[in-house]
Structure formats: structure tokens, C-alpha cells
Design a protein around this ligand. Structure first.
Ligand code: B3K
Ligand code: ZN
Length: 873
């Protein structure tokens, strides 16, 4: 496969103003007839051939303006068909034959359970019919779906239903019209025997919109939360951005087999069941939050993605970074903004930072790719969202909104680029953002080094800031970034000092201020500082960088107790713990320092902090985060240190954990998945986790009791996870009970797999290997693969990196097995092996051997080939 390069972009020679599609769905084969109304674009040479992408289907008929074409009139290749000479304007009719029931890649038209559904982003439409399948070709779609009425009573596509009818042979049909021109990647179709939850929403301007959520019959009672989330999303987008929904109907369909989380098809979102279904007894608080976030995300795409779309796939972050940011703002507004920010940064650090430091590092707007599906990454999504957040921080709320308004004013109905977004931000605010554009083109996580000095004589305090960015594949030299550094100066009482820079007439009346960093080295001198302050740097994590400032343990304990910025308060605690854990990992486990114990104890007792925040603050940094801090990663050492810290905190504060647990467990209010309830459950279960570290029989009994008596999945699963970590037989008892109770709920069975995959038990790998054979496990189902194989290899580093290399072998075996079924999912699994250079020489050797073994596999997909070959390069 040859790479595609961003700079080779050319405008499409032909456009398709409108098309009519007709699907005859059946068990053995599906026929797709399409009638395309095609025009040559202005300025295009009349001899320019017409190229239509198409793959994995059979071409039955092709005619141009009613005249049948024969092979020779057109050229058929494995990636599509071309017609050498076409008129300036014409109609092309195409009939193709597909076998969706055999489509295991889950791209294009496929079957999930008993229903037909589609996934067309990025390049799935070309597996349905021949088409200029690129996002800058936008067309009006009319779609007729025909199928057996008994088996497929519900027939859906984009837009509004306009006509329907029955045939004599038991089939029926429905015609849909989407008035908005859209790229082919937003096309969708669903047919099945589905239940529907219906509701209505009235927009600010008074239009009534029908809302429908479709699921298999047994699941419809789990859709109330999704519906409520959808209405909240619609309201929020009106209030925060002045954006209203534009069709008369908005549909969501939940399917059990889905490569990603969900898909924003115009008017007809298709979702992984995981992000729709939620009931207190089968879904955790986190599931409830995720449903709300993903429903919001897909809804927000209607403007940021659908109304204004991407010119080409290199611009993916134009819609994804912006939509993730909007989703983050929405979730922050619905719950605890501080905890939301903590979790967003955790995702960035655990997933994006390692990607940016590895062989797959790429800019937010990549320059080339072999398989676009490999670029739906944490960099495009999460770092992309951080880039949007930086505009917001630099320009302020009002300035950001001016930029977004101008963006829609200029580009509604267009397919545009990241440069267009930046230009709207710059023009609306009259600022020069040319240096800021480096965030789109340079990969790598910048390092921000901050040093300070205080001069008591002049009462001035100076911050010296320098930045650098490590080399990444294809980019050895980097230019300095333009970024916002939000800072506060904390005095010895823990209060924020008024901030006045040298040369300013007075101090700003804010706790913190945004310093604009543009140079490789820059200094900022604050005046009227009576005593040496402690700097609180990068508040709210104002830029996606690694901060280096020589905080002492004392500084950190102080900021952990006092910082007015909740993110930095949490961050101080995390740094305090990670400094200790890295030291233990390097030099051997020692005794827990009293100041840290005291800091945790005081946080626990802090009345003004909410439960959800406390739960985050007293949880040590993840093993993934710690690994990133090491030159050569020692996964077992990190695990042992972290466990030792948990153990010592458990013992040192045993009384506190017990009383905290008892207090929270005695709360008998009915389950509600709101922020307050969820925060208290989280804190309770963190306390239960510390109690379990005491490894006593009575603690195990306490866990088992919570497991058996829990009235909601959050509490039950938290207890099960702790039990599954223990070496004795109780683990098996609990796991058996859980499976027996929930075996008919696929999403709960996923949790059961995940808990075992992430178990701290020494035999975790053996168990995972055995579970691959379990009747409930299916390599064809992406949720199952992620729950068992994905979780083990990505979230259980101590067992995955077992010194005998068996974890690596297990992963490679499964990548190879899965590649023939679903290459997209297979390629995603390979990420942990791609980081092989970060480990000791023995592990490097073992991981490299497995990568080479994968590469030697016959008929390897482009997807896996791209990741593995770039990893070895
Ligand atoms: N836009 C889809 C992702 C499609 C993935 C294609 N491999 C989901 C989302 O980001 O909303
Ligand atoms: Zn998205």
C-alpha cells in the first residue's frame, strides 16, 4: 500500500449534486442501485477521467445517461472504476451486489445481531457502491430501503421519511430524503426488528423535533438516560453556542457490534450499545457519564463535522478536536468541572503522551497516512481538543465564541481545513495566530522548563520559562510553540497574590493570569511581591506540555493543601506521590514519609472538598503515567512500588478508611447516577480498596458482602474487581456468581471479562488465555476484544510485561487471528507492542520478535502493516 500525502490534495474534478439510492436487503445478498447526478467542476479539463472508489463488492450494471456501459468503456480495478471520457453533466446508474452477512470488518453495510446497519466513516461508503467517496464531495441523498416486513419492520436512513409502501411478496419499503448536502461518510442505513423510545424537543426558536432511540426489544427500558442526555445536549448547544438542530427528526440506533463508540451520521446516529444503554443495575456511574458524553459528542457533530465538514481526512481534527472540546465543556457543565478536567488530562497523559513519544507520533493534522483508520488517534482527538482549548484560553470565552461564530458564518455547508478554523479565530479577534498553527504541524509533547528567582530587595519575583520539543519521526527540529501558561502565585497563607507584571500600572483583579509563551526562552517579572511565593504553574493544565519545575516535597504538600485551582491541587498530590514512587522504583521501596500520610489524611477530612474530588486526590498516579516518567520503563517495579504505597496508606490510615467507608455505606438514599451520588460511591469504593489492601479475612468478607448486597452495578463491580485481585478461591466464587447472574447481558459480561483481564493476580494471563475459549467470548465482537485482550494488554502492565514474554506472544497471536476478521480492531491492539523501545533490552528483544512475527504473516492488512512496520522502523 502506498501512503497518501496531505500536500497532494487536489480539488475533486466531478461533483455529485444529488443521488438516489435503493437498497434491496436480503439474507443471501443485498442489491444496491444508485443513480448519481454528476457535474464536472469549473476549470476542470474535459478529458479528466471520472474515478469512483469501490471495493469488496460486485458490479452488476453500469449505465451513463441510460446507455449501458461495457467493460472497456470503463476500467475496473480492485480499488474502484474509472470512465475515461464523460460529458460535463450526466447521470450514472450503478447496480452492485453485496453480502453484508459476511462483512466482519464492520465497515460499509453489515449485520449486527439480526439487523442491518452501516458504518461509512472514513471510507466505508465505497464498500456499498461506486462513488467519489471523499468528504469534499457533498450531495443530497434520497434513499429507499426495501426489506421483508416481518423480519425488518423498521427501515431507517438519513433525513426525513417521505413515503412508504408494501409489496405483495411480504416486503415493504420506506423512502428517506435528506435535504442537507453531505459527504458520503455521513450516510447511514438501518433495518431491523427494533423497539423505539420516542420523545420530542422544542428548540429555542420553537421548532418541534421528534427524538427516537432504537434498540433490540429487550433493551429499550435502558434508554431513558440516553434520551435525557440527548435533550440536555440539545439545550446546551443552544445556550453555549447558539446552535439549534436543523432536521425534524433525530434518531439514535444502538448496535452490539461496532468498531468505535458511535457515529454522527446526519439525523441517524449509530451507537455502540455501550454508549446508549444504561440502567442502575447493569451500568456503572462511569457508564452513565460516558453515555451522556458520547450522546453529546455525536450530537455536537451536527454542527462541528456535519454542517461544516472536513476537506480531506488530514483535517480530521477540525471536527474531532473541536467536538471533543465541546463534549468536555458540556460534561464539565453537567457535573464537576474539576474532576472532569482531571479525567481529561489523565486520558491525555496515559494515551496521547505515549503516542507522541513513540514511533507512531504524528501531528494533530498528519502529513501522510497509509490507512486512515489508524489516525483516529488520541493525538487527533485529545491533543486536538487541547489545541482548541488553548484558543479558548488565549482568546477568552467571548473571543473564542466570536471565532466560532465567524467560522460558521463563513463555512456553513462547506468542507474546510484546520487553517480555515484558525483564520476564523484570528480574524474574529484581530490577532496573529501564525505561530499558533505549529500546533497542527509539529508532533511531540513540548517540555516547559520553569525556574524562578525572588529578590527581597526589590520585592520582585521572576519566572524564567524555556521550551523545547523532542524530535519525532520525520521531524528532527522544532520551532517554539505559542501557548498559554496560566499561573498563580501562592503566598505563605495559601492565598493567591495579586499579579502585576513589571511595567503595568496595577495588579489584575484575578487569582491567576495567562502568560503568553512564544519564545524558546522568556522571563516574566512580577512586582510588589512581599515574600517569596510558591508558583502554581499551568493551572487547569493550560497547555498539553510536560512541566518541569523543581518543586520540593514541602511545596507540593503545601499546594496539595491550599492551591485555589482544583486541577493544580490534585496535580500537586499526584506529583508528590509520583516523585516518591519513581524513587522507590529506582532505589527500592522505603517507608512512607509522614508528610505525605498527613497530606492524604487532611484531604480526607477536608469538609469543603467534594467526594468525587477527594477520591481522585487520594488515588496514586496510574502505572501508565509513572511509566511515562521513566527513561527505561520497569513495569513490575512500578507496580510493586504503587502497591506498596497503597498498602502503607491502607495501614497508616486504617481507622480513617473504615470510618469513611462505614459512613458512606450507611447512606441509604436511592441510587441516582448524578455527580453527587456518583462521587460518594467513588469515594466509598476507594476506601473499600484501601481496606482490601490490609489483606485480612474480615476485609475480604466486607468486600463479598458489598458484592452480594449491592443494589447497583457501580458498587457490585467495584467489589468484584477487588475480589478478583485476591489470590484465594473467593475470587472464583464471586466471579462465578456474577457470571451466572448476568450472562444474558452482553455489556455486563464485558465487565466480567475486563475485571479478570485487569486482575492483579499472578495467574492473570493464564486466566485470560483460558477465557478466549469461553463461550461468551467472540473475536468478531469488538467490545469483547477490547474487554478481554485490550484491557489485559493496555491496562494490566504488570502482567502483560511478564518477564517470560508470554504476554507479548498472547497479543501477537491474537492480532494475527483478528487481522483476518477485523483489521481495524487488530491494528488498534498493536499499540502496546509499538512502544517496545521504551523497555529493557530483554523485553525489547521479545517484543520486537513478536512484531516481526506479525509482519511475516501472509495477507497482512494495510492497517496492521502500517502500525507494525512503523514501529519497527
Ligand atoms: N466520527 C466517528 C469515528 C469514526 C471512526 C472511523 N474509523 C466517531 C466520533 O468521533 O464521533
Ligand atoms: Zn467525533
Amino acid at each position: 500500500a502506498t501512503p497518501v500525502h496531505r500536500h497532494e490534495y487536489q480539488v475533486p474534478p466531478y461533483r455529485v449534486d444529488s443521488l438516489e439510492l435503493e437498497f434491496s436487503l436480503d439474507e443471501e445478498e443485498t442489491l444496491v442501485k444508485s443513480r448519481l447526478h454528476i457535474c464536472r467542476n469549473d476549470g476542470i479539463n474535459p478529458h479528466e477521467p471520472l474515478h469512483l472508489f469501490g471495493e469488496s463488492m460486485e458490479l452488476l450494471e453500469l449505465s451513463l445517461d441510460g446507455k449501458a456501459l461495457r467493460l472497456g468503456d470503463y476500467l475496473l480495478k480492485s480499488d474502484g472504476l474509472s470512465i475515461a471520457l464523460v460529458p460535463a453533466q450526466f447521470t450514472l446508474e450503478i447496480t452492485t451486489r453485496l453480502q453484508p452477512q459476511l462483512n466482519t470488518q464492520l465497515e460499509g453495510l453489515y449485520k449486527s445481531g439480526g439487523m442491518f446497519c452501516t458504518q461509512c466513516e472514513a471510507e466505508g461508503f465505497r464498500r456499498i457502491t461506486y462513488f467519489p467517496d471523499r468528504p469534499d464531495v457533498m450531495s443530497r441523498y434520497t434513499t429507499t430501503v426495501i426489506a421483508d416486513k416481518a423480519r425488518y419492520p423498521v427501515l431507517l436512513s438519513n433525513g426525513n421519511p417521505v413515503e412508504r409502501g408494501d409489496y405483495d411478496d411480504g416486503r415493504h419499503w420506506v423512502r428517506w430524503e435528506d435535504p442537507f448536502p453531505k459527504p458520503s461518510y455521513l450516510f447511514a442505513l438501518v433495518a431491523g426488528d427494533l423497539a423505539c423510545r420516542r420523545d420530542t424537543y422544542v428548540t429555542t426558536s420553537g421548532r418541534e423535533v421528534t427524538l427516537e432511540i432504537y434498540t433490540e426489544h429487550e433493551n429499550i427500558d435502558k434508554t431513558a438516560h440516553a434520551m435525557a442526555s440527548l435533550k440536555r445536549s440539545m439545550r446546551w448547544d443552544e445556550e453555549a453556542y447558539g446552535l439549534e438542530y436543523d432536521l425534524d427528526i433525530y434518531m439514535i440506533v444502538a448496535v452490539g457490534d461496532f468498531n468505535m463508540g458511535a457515529m454522527e451520521n446526519k439525523g441517524l446516529n449509530i451507537f455502540n450499545t455501550q454508549y446508549v444503554l444504561a440502567s442502575p443495575d447493569t451500568a456503572t456511574d462511569t457508564d452513565f457519564e460516558n453515555v451522556e458524553a458520547v450522546i453529546g459528542h455525536e450530537y455536537f457533530h451536527n454542527w462541528t463535522g456535519n454542517r461544516v465538514t472536513c476537506r480531506d481526512w488530514f483535517q480530521l481534527s477540525l471536527k474531532e478536536g473541536l467536538t471533543v472540546f465541546r463534549e468536555q465543556q458540556f460534561s464539565a457543565a453537567m457535573g464537576s468541572a474539576a474532576v472532569k478536567r482531571i479525567n481529561d488530562v489523565r486520558i491525555l497523559r496515559n494515551h496521547q503522551f505515549p503516542e507522541d513519544a513513540g514511533p507512531m507520533a504524528h501531528p494533530v493534522r498528519p502529513d501522510s497516512y497509509i490507512e486512515i483508520n489508524n489516525f483516529y488517534t488520541a493525538t487527533v482527538y485529545n491533543k486536538g481538543a487541547e489545541v482548541i482549548r488553548m484558543y479558548h484560553t488565549l482568546l477568552g470565552e467571548a473571543g473564542f465564541r466570536r471565532g466560532v461564530d465567524l467560522y460558521f458564518q463563513r463555512h456553513d455547508g462547506q468542507a474546510v481545513t484546520c487553517d480555515d478554523f484558525l483564520a476564523a479565530m484570528a480574524d474574529a479577534n484581530n490577532v496573529d495566530l501564525s505561530q499558533f498553527s505549529l500546533w497542527y504541524s509539529q508532533a511531540g509533547t513540548p517540555k516547559l522548563r520553569v525556574r524562578d528567582e525572588y529578590d527581597p530587595a526589590t520585592q520582585t519575583y521572576t519566572l524564567h520559562v524555556s521550551q523545547s520539543c523532542p524530535p519525532t519521526p520525520g521531524q528532527s527540529e522544532k520551532k517554539p510553540f505559542h501557548l498559554p501558561l496560566t499561573v498563580g502565585l501562592v503566598d505563605t497563607d495559601g492565598k493567591d497574590l495579586p499579579l502585576q507584571l513589571d511595567g503595568e500600572s496595577h495588579a489584575l483583579d484575578t487569582a491567576h493570569r495567562v502568560l503568553e509563551i512564544r519564545e524558546a526562552e522568556q522571563s516574566f517579572r512580577f512586582v510588589n511581591i512581599p515574600k517569596r511565593p510558591r508558583p502554581s504553574l499551568l493551572r487547569g493544565f493550560s497547555a498539553p506540555v510536560e512541566l518541569d519545575y523543581p518543586y520540593t516535597a514541602e511545596d507540593l504538600a503545601f499546594l496539595f493543601a491550599h492551591d485555589s485551582d482544583p486541577f493544580n491541587r490534585w496535580e500537586a498530590g499526584q506529583r508528590l506521590m509520583s516523585d516518591l514512587l519513581l524513587e522507590w522504583t529506582a532505589k527500592g521501596i522505603g517507608k512512607l514519609p509522614q508528610p505525605l500520610l498527613k497530606a492524604i489524611q487532611e484531604t480526607l477530612a477536608h469538609k469543603a472538598l467534594d467526594a468525587a474530588f477527594i477520591a481522585e486526590a487520594i488515588t496514586p498516579p496510574t502505572e501508565a503515567y509513572l511509566a511515562e516518567q521513566m527513561q527505561t520503563i520497569d513495569p513490575l517495579g512500578i507496580h510493586a512500588s504503587r502497591e506498596a504505597l497503597r498498602q502503607q496508606l491502607a495501614q497508616g490510615l486504617a481507622k480513617q478508611w473504615l470510618s469513611l467507608y462505614q459512613e458512606l455505606a450507611s447512606d441509604n438514599t436511592a441510587y441516582r447516577p448524578d455527580g453527587d451520588g456518583a462521587g460518594k460511591r467513588r469515594l466509598k469504593n476507594v476506601a473499600l480498596g484501601y481496606l482490601s489492601c490490609l489483606h485480612s479475612e474480615s476485609e475480604q468478607t466486607r468486600c463479598l458482602e458489598q458484592f452480594r448486597q449491592a443494589t447497583n452495578m457501580t458498587d457490585q463491580l467495584a467489589a468484584l474487581a477487588l475480589l478478583a485481585d485476591t489470590e484465594g478461591e473467593v475470587a472464583d466464587v464471586a466471579l462465578r456468581e456474577f457470571y451466572e447472574r448476568w450472562q444474558r447481558e452482553p455489556l455486563v459480561v464485558d465487565k466480567w471479562f475486563r475485571v479478570q483481564a485487569m486482575s492483579k493476580r499472578s495467574d492473570a494471563l493464564d486466566r485470560v488465555v483460558a477465557l478466549i475459549e469461553h463461550p461468551a467470548f467472540e473475536l468478531r465482537n469488538p467490545n469483547k476484544v477490547r474487554a478481554l485482550i485490550g484491557a489485559f494488554c493496555q491496562a494490566n502492565p504488570a502482567r502483560f510485561h511478564a518477564p517470560d514474554g508470554q504476554g507479548y506472544r498472547f497479543l501477537a497471536d491474537n492480532i494475527i487471528a483478528l487481522d483476518g476478521i477485523n483489521p481495524q480492531i487488530a491494528a488498534r491492539l498493536a499499540a502496546p507492542l509499538s512502544r517496545w523501545r521504551r523497555y529493557d533490552s530483554k523485553r525489547q528483544e521479545q517484543m520486537k520478535l513478536e512484531l516481526e512475527r506479525i509482519l511475516k504473516t501472509q495477507k497482512l492488512s494495510n492497517d496492521v502493516h502500517e502500525i507494525v512496520s512503523k514501529s519497527l522502523a
